[in-house]
Design a protein around this ligand. Structure first.
Ligand code: THG
Length: 367
């Protein structure tokens, strides 16, 4: 089967769009109403470059919701169940956001740019409406908007070498989730040690979309000695690493507890936040599902196009949400949501489109 995606104004192009086309992008997904590259046609090469070298990704679709004004901190605290008592300027935090039922509705990275200015770097859901409505209904004195900011990710064990060549030795001292404003050849950006892989790296938050191609080319030039290529958020690596993919891994009613984000929820906070009573109830009662790894037996499987049903002694207990053949472990693995009472050693079966397969629970991240 071959499909094409029709380009049109309802879906937005990234400032790096032309650069990624030039680099040979073959597959896009749509994320936050933008085209986002997911493949350049070399699944194995892209994976091993991320594990052993360095890769550059157009992740402009991770849009920023900016909250600025005297009540910015109060609003941010109200929007997430995470305790932000020690979030200083220049620091980022992974902050689940929930609705009033305690359901996860996004899992952004929060950046504190100044005392009164924050970015929520969002996953795939329309958070700007939620944040605007919450601000207006609650009478918070803030402005909420989507600034012209477009992240470019540099990921892999050699990302640090490329960043040092671009910005100098001081980037070696940057710790995970620390950031600062800087520029590259006059292009304004925020440099953050972060990214959606466990291989290490940086994100360049481009501050002016007119310079997308220039920034892309500057990074590509600096990366050339390290054999950098265009890549994309990597499905295999993220399943191995157990990174949550919002909307892929969760059910529409999943709470952070069942997704492994319970440590980021503080129901004992003194101040109020959206979903607090519901989350306190779920915390007391226990989550009904849990997110686990699976080893799936048998021959190499293609990635799943939809959740695959999982059963225990012929009783349905959940689904494999993200399944893939691990090139590193040389076996099929998956991230699954299963009933909370499923024992770790349960003999499971996964209904794949290629027939039923035996499976068992594995710890996340995969070793
Ligand atoms: N970068 C930026 N924005 C994003 C993402 C990103 N927005 C959407 C999506 N990705 C958010 N999801 C995640 C999930 C995990 C992490 C970051 C974003 C992550 N987790 C670390 C871990 O699990 O080891 C650390 C978590 C922590 O220390 O709190 O980095 O990739 N800009």
């Amino acid at each position: 089967m071959t499909f094409a995606i029709t380009l049109g104004s309802r879906i937005r192009k990234s400032p790096y769009f032309d650069a990624t086309v030039k680099a040979g992008v073959t597959h896009f997904t749509v994320y936050n109403h933008m085209y986002m590259p997911v493949s350049y046609g070399d699944t194995e090469g892209e994976y091993w470059r991320l594990i052993r070298g360095v890769s550059m990704w157009d992740v402009a679709a991770e849009r920023q919701v900016e909250i600025a004004g005297p009540d910015a901190e109060a609003l941010v605290r109200y929007l997430t169940p995470r305790n932000l008592s020690r979030c200083r300027v220049g620091r980022a935090r992974y902050v689940p956001m929930c609705d009033h039922d305690g359901t996860l509705i996004n899992d952004p990275v929060l950046l504190r740019l100044s005392e009164e200015r924050f970015w929520l770097s969002i996953a795939d859901s329309d958070m700007i409406y939620w944040v605007k409505a919450t601000a207006a209904e609650g009478g918070f004195d803030v402005g909420v908007g989507e600034p012209d900011v477009s992240p470019l990710a540099l990921q892999g064990p050699k990302a640090l070498d490329v960043a040092v060549d671009l910005f100098g030795d001081q980037v070696r001292r940057m710790r995970h989730f620390h950031f600062h404003e800087t520029s590259l050849e006059g292009i304004p950006l925020v440099l953050c040690r972060s990214g959606w892989s466990r291989q290490g790296g940086f994100e360049f938050f481009l501050r002016d979309g007119r310079y997308g191609n220039e920034l892309w080319d500057a990074v590509a030039r600096a990366g050339a000695p390290y054999d950098i290529r265009a890549g994309a958020p990597n499905f295999i690596e993220r399943v191995e690493s157990g990174l949550l993919s919002f909307a892929a891994d969760n059910e529409p009613d999943s709470s952070p507890f069942e997704l492994g984000l319970g440590d980021l929820v503080d129901v004992n906070r003194e101040d109020d936040f959206i979903g607090k009573p519901a989350l306190a109830r779920i915390a007391a009662k226990g989550a009904k599902r849990r997110r686990v790894g699976l080893f799936i037996e048998g021959e190499k499987l293609p990635g799943n196009e939809h959740p695959w049903p999982v059963s225990n002694n012929s009783v349905g207990i959940g689904s494999a949400r993200a399944a893939v053949y691990s090139l590193r472990l040389e076996r099929n693995i998956a991230i699954a949501l299963v009933c909370a009472d499923t024992p770790d050693d349960a003999p499971l079966r996964v209904q794949t489109p290629y027939g039923p397969r035996d499976a068992r629970i594995a710890a996340l991240p995969f070793a």
